[in-house]
Design a protein around this ligand. Structure first.
Ligand code: SAH
Length: 229
């Protein structure tokens, strides 16, 4: 079955309404919604905000359900030319708030015992791209960086920006989800719609203004993607 994770209610509400034969089951501290979308078995869960919430929830998902791919949808801050409501799909995901570089063998964002980035599944990536092309959405394929901060300035993430030139989306969960999925050897893809732009004056207001539309747009794409995986 396909596992879908969102951090906030607003990000999962539309998807929940798309699930046929909706059922709910509690595993550990999280409630999982099961059923089908476009005839495919799915399980949807609300993770909460931040890396620990994301990791705990992904672990419960992968321990309790027979999940063959993990999809994380939601919103993110944008940089490097992306605009509100544009979509960023992950080629790779990394932490922007991990720094073990005092030991010279590690890159910014890399934890000892892990690779510097977590690599998304190529098949899921290409299928998502085809859907976005078909819907004529503006999108970028690139890196997504996560940390336990609402990032409002590029200054905050200058270390990872100096390492990688294609980080288009910054948010708070996806690297933790990708990290756990990678540990369990389950393919993943992250799909984020831009709610706010780093270094814009009205970033918090923009987040509130765009979060609903961005979430709705992610749900539309997800419905189509599930139909083809
Ligand atoms: N207003 C919310 C908090 C939102 S935190 C509340 O009070 O509950 C921001 C959420 O959106 C996180 O889930 C994160 O993944 C994403 N996000 C959007 N823009 C972001 C940014 N600029 N920096 C970090 N996370 C961002």
């Amino acid at each position: 079955m396909i596992g879908i994770i969102g951090a906030m209610e607003v990000e999962i509400n539309t998807i929940k309404s798309q699930i046929d034969d909706l059922d709910k089951v509690k595993k550990g501290i999280r409630t999982f919604y099961t059923g089908s979308i476009s005839g495919k078995e799915v399980v949807l869960v609300l993770a909460g905000i931040g890396k620990v919430n994301a990791a705990v929830t992904t672990t419960l998902l992968l321990e309790h359900f027979d999940v063959t791919s993990v999809i994380n949808i939601g919103v993110a801050g944008g940089q490097n030319g992306v605009k509100h409501k544009d979509v960023v799909i992950s080629s790779e995901v990394l932490y922007h708030d991990v720094d073990v570089t005092k030991f010279s063998e590690y890159k910014h964002g890399q934890l000892p015992g892990s690779e510097p980035t977590y690599i998304a599944d190529k098949t899921l990536l290409n299928k998502t791209k085809s859907i976005l092309d078909f819907l004529q959405y503006n999108y970028k394929v690139g890196r997504i960086a996560s940390g336990d901060q609402f990032v409002y300035s590029k200054e905050t993430i200058k270390e990872v920006n100096s390492e990688y030139s294609d980080i288009y989306a910054i948010e708070m969960e996806s690297a933790a989800i990708a990290h756990v999925a990678t540990m369990y050897n389950v393919p993943f893809i992250i799909y984020r719609s831009i709610s706010d732009i780093l270094d814009d004056e009205n970033q918090a207001e923009d987040f509130d203004k765009f979060v609903e539309a961005a979430s709705l747009n992610a749900s539309k794409v997800l419905e189509k993607l599930i139909g083809v995986i």
